[in-house]
Structures are given as C-alpha cells and as structure tokens.
Design a binder for this molecule. Structure first.
Ligand code: SF4
Length: 435
C-alpha cells in the first residue's frame, strides 16, 4: 500500500516539474513516505530526518516532507521533534500533495492529518514497473486487531467505485501494463460502504463482483488481489478465482497465529479451524494454488505451546511463503498496554526458529516446479544478468530465465513466456524459455 502511495506521489511531483535527484542529500525537496507498522521502520525515519535537518540549516530553501503513517500518527509532535520539517501529511492526503506544497511555498508549515474523504485522483502515478501495476480499490480499515496501528492512521474504509477502478485499469492496459494487483488493507471489505443489494438480497459490489466486472479489460493478462482476511473470505470468491481465467492462483491470507486464544486476544474474529477450511476449499478448486501468509510471533502472553501451534500450522499447510514478524508494540493499540510483553530474547529466538522453518517449507514447496513448463509474465531484464529476463509465475514465484535466440531475446518484457524450470531455491526459480 505504501509503495502504491509512493508511486502516486512521485507521479504528482513529476507532473509539477520535479525530477529525481541523484541522491537524497542532493535533492531540493525530500519526501519520506513512512511506515509505522513496526517500531524499527519508524526509528529509521528519525535518523534520516536528522541528516536532512542539518542540510536544511545550511540551505533553508530545501523542502522537507514527511508523508505516510508516521506522519499521521505523530502529527504536530513531529514538528516539535524536528522543527525543520515543512509538511507533515497523512496517507489520506496523498492525492493532495500538490496543493499542500503550494501552501508550503507560500511560507506555511503545514500539518495535514485530519481524516477526510479520499477524492478520486486525476494524476498518473509514476510506476516502478511498466508491466505490473497496483490499483487501490479500498482505503482504510474498519477492523480493530489489537496489535495494529493501521485503522488509526489510515482511517475508515472507503471503497472506490467499480467504474473508477475499471477506468484506471483500462488506462493502464492502454499504456502497456499486463498485470494488476487490486489493493486493500482488508480487500474482502471492498464495497461494504457502497450502496446496492441484489434482488436475492445479497450485497452487491463485493470483491467477487469487482473481479467479474474488470475481468474483460483487453490487454490485462493477469489479475491479483491482496490482502485477504480469513474472517470475510468467501466460497463465492474462491469459485470466482477458479472460474475467471485472468485471476491468478495466488492467495495472500494472513493467519497471524495457530492458537485460538491468541487469535481471540488479537481480535481477529476467526478460529484456526476456519482458516484451515478456507485453505482446503482453495486447494479443492485449485490444487496448485500458492498460499502465502503473515504471522506474528511473541504476541503478548503467547506461551511456548501456543507458539508451537503456529509452527505446526506452517508445517501442515505447506505455505509457499510466510512473512514473519516479532510482535512490536504500537502506539494507541490495546496490546501495547498489556503487561505480558515478551523480552527481546524471546522475540529473537522465536523469530529465528520460525524463519528457519519457513525457509525449509518454501523450498520444499518450490520443488514441485522442477522440470515443469511454467507461464512467466516477463517483467524486466535481470539486473544481475543482462542475458536473462525476470518475471513471475501465475502463482507469484519470482523466476529468472535465459531466453537468448540467434538475434537477441526471444521474449520481451510484457510477453507471456513459456519457461522450463531447471533450478528451485527457497524464494525463486530459474529456467530456460522455450518458444
Ligand atoms: S485487518 Fe489488517 S489492517 Fe485491519 S486492523 Fe487487522 S491487521 Fe490491521
């Protein structure tokens, strides 16, 4: 989500005439788009800001902007800590960057952190890839997971209309993009705030309806979505993913803990049995689907036995990928105030143990690709080997492949290449393209 916001702000700056400086210590305007999901990401921002504040003393014309979730969380307090900052802007103000910079240019120090309705953006994002694009479909989150700072910094759910989303995707297709990933903090909540009930009494404008609605955009070959919430994940969505050919067989569904009482104190609203049933249903319809997840270890009060249940789920499910994190107390969240916080050694040791297991299971899972012919959407030249292209399988596995013919590459970025997989590693594959 932050990456998508960064691309949008870079697009606004380019439209205003800014171009990229060779380094952040050369720039006339420095914008940090910040993340507050874990404490160490937040601390990094303060060290970057310290360096920029020194530069600003030597050259007061430099503009210093802090955007994103740290900006939203800290607001005015950021100015007290680093008075050299010109603009503090929360994520709901991303699309307003140009206006806010005009205010800065008129000599004001601006704090834009009030919650507001996100207006449709008319500027084009400066996307890092020319093949794969993020498309925001819902902003904010109405859940109240007890560890999570997102609802307080990104505000209430706001869905974009299906028509606005489809228009953006059509524009992307016309520009040559081939893959889109629909984004939401809790993408299954898409449309809850939009009107519409079917004659059968079912809510319209769900994620499933959206997938149906955008599926026919010509030029787009692949559609993905993230992040799913096990509480709201439906069988109807699984059926749509199985039936709509452009929707890729890759599901990112965080489970966070393998223990029901930990899930309850996290206020996640599902049991691990429900989670496992969802995985079963997905695999019944799409046996080769890849499944990835997020997990938190050393949550306040998590016992060794509860931690072991999380390890068991990882072993039993056979995830393709799991993003792991040790619990990090965040401001204004209930879990941060609980007394049963784990010391750093417990966090580090549980994290190390789970990471080792994740690496083993990912490697094991990747072995199924060996000797297979996979469809790879070529994205770019491998920066480490100019004779190779890189891309991803439908299941989202990063793949490097040789594809030299007598007169250069036989495929180019944007093509769907057929690749014979010859090497598997824990987090990537390699092979040779066939024509
Ligand atoms: S659903 Fe996700 S973003 Fe929303 S509160 Fe829970 S963890 Fe945070």
């Amino acid at each position: 989500m932050n990456k998508a916001d960064s691309e949008r702000m870079a697009g606004i700056l380019e439209a205003m005439g800014y171009c990229e400086a060779s380094s952040e210590l050369e720039a006339d305007l420095v914008l940090y788009n910040t993340c507050t999901i874990r404490d160490n990401a937040e601390q990094k921002v303060y060290s970057y800001l310290g360096r920029q504040a020194k530069r600003k003393h030597l050259n007061p014309a430099i503009k210093l902007v802090v955007a994103g979730c740290v900006a939203q969380q800290e607001g005015e307090a950021l100015l007290r800590r680093v008075p050299e900052i010109d603009l503090v802007m929360g994520p709901q103000h991303t699309n307003r960057l140009e206006n806010l910079l005009f205010q800065v240019e008129s000599g004001q120090q601006v704090v834009a952190t009030d919650h507001q309705h996100i207006v449709e953006d008319i500027t084009a994002a400066r996307r890092d890839s020319s093949i794969c694009a993020w498309v925001n479909v819902i902003y904010g989150c109405n859940e109240r997971c007890t560890y999570c700072v997102v609802p307080s910094v990104r505000g209430k759910e706001q869905s974009r209309t299906p028509t606005a989303i489809k228009q953006e995707i059509e524009t992307l297709a016309a520009l040559g993009f081939r893959e889109i990933t629909l984004l939401g903090q809790n993408i299954d909540a898409y449309g809850r705030d939009l009107p519409g009930i079917t004659p059968e009494g079912r809510r319209q404008n769900t994620l499933t309806d959206l997938l149906d609605f955008i599926h026919n955009v010509k030029g787009i070959e692949r559609i993905r979505f993230a992040t799913s919430h096990p509480r709201y994940f439906t069988e109807r969505l699984i059926d749509a993913c199985a039936d709509l050919p452009k929707v890729c067989e890759h599901f990112h569904i965080p489970f966070q803990s393998g223990d029901n009482s930990v899930l309850k104190s996290m206020a996640r609203g599902y049991t691990i049995e429900r989670y496992l049933r969802i995985i079963q249903q997905i695999r019944k319809r799409m046996p080769d689907a890849s499944i990835s997840a997020d997990v938190i270890v050393a949550f306040p009060g998590e016992t060794q036995a509860q931690f072991r249940k999380t390890l068991s789920v990882i072993k039993d499910v056979g995830f393709d990928q799991v993003n792991t994190a040790a619990y990090s107390p965040r401001p204004n969240t209930p879990a941060a105030t609980w007394s049963e916080q784990h010391p750093e050694e417990v966090k580090v040791s549980r994290l190390q143990e789970i990471n080792k297991l994740v690496q083993e299971t990912s490697h094991l899972r990747n072995k199924r690709y060996l000797g297979r012919l996979e469809e790879i959407l070529a994205e770019d030249v491998n920066p480490k080997n100019p004779n190779q292209l890189l891309g991803r399988t439908r299941t989202n596995r990063l793949t490097f492949f040789d594809c030299q013919g007598p007169s250069g590459f036989i495929y180019k970025p944007g093509d769907l290449a057929l690749v014979n997989i010859e090497t598997v590693r824990s987090f990537s594959l390699s092979g040779t393209a066939v024509k």
